[in-house]
Write a protein of this length. Structure first.
Length: 135
């Protein structure tokens, strides 16, 4: 069997899903595209490093969002709190109109893992919680 003929292996598992995005992203981009883009890329790197420090992995980033996957809901929750503390510290030196505030959704649920991707209702619930969260 060639590489192209090998079936893609799907598996189910329980996962803690963390969805994070930047509150007021469109407003920030409307005011300062260049500066906001730089801060968004920095946000991605800060969140990626924090996710990895807490035993998770970043599945994807898109625009102003980061999708993290954890084996432990405790690790995911501690990661979310660490991201918020880190952003608070980073924001102290910035004018209010340049600050990056994150909203996060966290959910523990069954997911489908296929190669490096994660799918399922567990992901959808975390994604729906994130926009209604407070910064």
């Amino acid at each position: 069997m060639t590489e192209e003929e090998k079936p893609i292996r799907r598996r189910r598992r329980l996962a803690a899903i963390l969805m994070a995005d930047i509150a007021g992203f469109s407003r920030l981009m409307g005011r300062d595209e260049e500066g906001t883009t730089s801060r968004v890329l920095e946000f991605h790197e800060r969140v990626r490093a924090t996710v990895e420090e807490h035993g998770g992995r970043v599945v994807a980033t898109a625009g102003d969002s980061v999708f993290g996957d954890f084996d432990s809901v405790v690790d995911a929750l501690e990661c979310a709190a660490a991201v918020q503390r880190d952003l608070h510290t980073a924001n102290e030196s910035l004018p209010p109109d340049q600050r990056i505030d994150a909203r996060m959704g966290l959910h523990l649920g069954d997911v489908i893992v296929e190669e490096y991707n994660v799918f399922g209702d567990g992901v959808n619930v975390a994604a729906r919680l994130e926009p209604v969260s407070y910064t």
